[in-house]
Design a protein around this ligand. Structure first.
Ligand code: HPA
Length: 273
């Protein structure tokens, strides 16, 4: 049996066999946001099933492929489809691709997601710069023996979201007239949506948006010293705010409607990173 370090090295080499350029930036696309990958030039697409040891994605709206290519002279590795804890993957599997991207040499990672708006000043379709997060998953991807090749046992999370990248994102949004809210993302496991009482609790805790991803990936990226930028697409108001039930269809449809704005913002941000 190979060690996790050996498996990751094999994943890295199976990607490098298909794509030879050095990669500086990683991007994870959330539900329904997959069209960003179409904007890359000179691209190579690798289905996750063709990358040694990669988990496979199962959720509708997640294509499950790594797209490597260029935007504005920058070389990117874009994950179209991620692995959620609620799908039944363990935490090691959820964060596996981030460790692979880290060993591929990315210096920065842009994480995106669909999230429910807890802050009542938000409306569906808003984009939110993630200022910070709250981990309400009840677990942590770094539990277990520390992989010293991937960073320290007790990584600092004071600036989980890199201040200079936030500034660049806000500046890119402003110059291009693309409104960008900001706030705290809170992660729960799902897959059930929250109750109105849970949302009230999360608001009291200081959260502005809630979702079922991102936090494990950010923890592992920060452990590796990768700079992180996070953007949420507010696809719906969280439970109990409006007098209507939540549905995955609504989440998907809002993400779909917002994707042009989102892709424009992402492209502008990538230019400045
Ligand atoms: N709750 C949790 N996750 C989500 C939501 C929500 O309201 N919307 C999109 N992802």
């Amino acid at each position: 049996m190979e060690t996790i370090q050996e498996k990751i090295a094999q994943s890295v080499s199976s990607i490098q066999q298909k794509y030879h350029n050095p990669i500086s930036l990683g991007v994870i696309l959330g539900s329904g946001l997959g069209t960003f990958a179409e904007h890359l030039s000179n691209k190579t697409e690798i289905p996750y099933k063709d990358i040694a040891h990669f988990p496979l994605s199962t959720v509708q709206g997640h294509a499950g492929k790594l797209v490597l290519g260029e935007i504005e002279g920058k070389t990117l590795a874009v994950m179209s489809g991620r692995f959620h804890f609620y799908e039944g993957y363990n935490m090691q599997q959820v964060v596996y691709p981030i460790r692979v991207l880290g060993k591929l040499g990315i210096k920065s990672l842009i994480v995106t997601n669909a999230a429910g708006g807890i802050n009542k000043s938000f409306v569906p379709g808003d984009l939110m710069l993630i200022d910070d997060h709250i981990n309400l998953l009840g677990t942590n991807p770094l539990i277990g023996p520390n992989l010293d090749d991937f960073g320290p046992r007790f990584p600092d999370m004071t600036t989980a979201y890199t201040p200079s990248l936030k500034e660049k994102a806000l500046a890119a949004a402003q110059t291009n007239d693309l409104p960008l809210k900001r706030g705290v993302y809170i992660a729960i496991t799902g897959p059930s949506y929250e109750t109105p009482s849970e949302i009230k609790m999360m608001r009291i805790l200081g959260a502005d948006a809630v979702g079922m991803s991102t936090v494990p990936e950010v923890i592992v990226a920060r452990q590796m010293g990768i700079n992180v930028l996070g953007i949420s697409c507010i696809t719906n108001m969280a439970a109990g705010i409006l007098n209507q039930p939540l549905s995955h269809v609504e989440v998907f449809e809002t993400a779909e409607k917002t994707k042009h704005k989102f892709v424009s913002l992402l492209k502008e941000i990538v230019k400045t990173i």
